[in-house]
Design a protein around this ligand. Structure first.
Ligand SMILES: [Zn+2]
Ligand SMILES: [Zn+2]
Ligand SMILES: [Zn+2]
Ligand SMILES: [Zn+2]
Ligand SMILES: [Zn+2]
Length: 251
């Protein structure tokens, strides 16, 4: 894992350790949620966390989706009101910006999103700059705040989801308390948490009998895709994912 004990300019008074935090955390760099490996201050009282991507941000970066190079800023030079062009969430801290007159903004962790995700059942999802068809969650090719945003699309092209839509879903549930402080799922609410992900049925499901095996198969695939995207977005919340997967396979 490279250097596991570092000093970082954003918290220079203490060393930070690369850990697998027991609970989801708020990254002090980009202010986004994290579940996966991150840097934690050695002094527990500090409760200071940084995403691995935020701690290791480089002064400049490239992404194959973009023609121009990106520069790192600990705050957007233009101030508040910037939106990440990958995930559609607000930019409240660490950000990469391109040099266009009206620049694009990217969270460090969004810039590092894996290009291909593979599920245990072989389902593959590919990160795309443009949605080839409508997002199964919102039924649109644009996100609710009007940006196009990046998406994950299955190899067969049938399952498309905005990164923004999946992130919104998790953050909504986070706020509602479906996820407990220790990162596990509040079991009483976990089914509800999953159901709150509500694909646009007209788009997502083939017409015909509601409980046909074909319909169930589509649902299961759609949910597998969503779980896969969640693990790519927030790190690998193993306990969370396995619990939710169990729920899906049991219906
Ligand atoms: Zn961060
Ligand atoms: Zn500290
Ligand atoms: Zn983002
Ligand atoms: Zn640009
Ligand atoms: Zn969407």
């Amino acid at each position: 894992m490279g250097l596991t004990r570092i000093r970082h300019s954003s918290h220079s008074e203490h060393f930070l350790l690369l850990k697998y935090p027991k609970e989801p955390y708020r990254c002090e760099g980009c202010k986004e949620l994290g579940f996966g490996p991150g840097y934690e201050c050695e002094h527990e009282d500090c409760c200071f966390y940084l995403h691995e991507e935020c701690a290791n941000a480089t002064p400049s970066a490239f992404h194959s989706f973009l023609k121009c190079s990106l520069k790192f800023h600990s705050r957007a030079p233009q101030g508040d009101g910037r939106i990440c062009d990958a995930c559609g969430q607000d930019v409240l801290g660490f950000v990469y910006q391109c040099k266009h007159k009206n620049p694009h903004d990217y969270h460090p962790s969004c810039l590092k999103l894996q290009r291909t995700l593979t599920a245990e059942d072989g389902t593959r999802l590919h990160l795309k700059k443009k949605l080839p068809s409508k997002c199964l969650n919102c039924g649109s090719t644009r996100t609710s705040n009007g940006i196009k945003g990046w998406s994950y699309v299955s190899s067969c092209g049938q399952y498309c989801f905005h990164v923004a839509c999946v992130k919104d879903m998790v953050l909504e549930n986070w706020k509602k308390g479906y996820f407990l402080q220790d990162g596990s799922v509040n079991e009483a609410n976990s089914y509800q948490a999953l159901e709150s992900f509500n694909p646009n049925r007209e788009v997502a499901l083939p017409s015909g009998r509601r409980n046909s095996s074909k319909t169930k198969q589509v649902w299961r695939k759609a949910k597998t895709a969503v779980m896969l995207i969640i693990s790519a977005l927030f790190g690998d919340p193993t306990a969370l994912i396995s619990l939710l997967i169990q729920q899906l396979l049991s219906d």
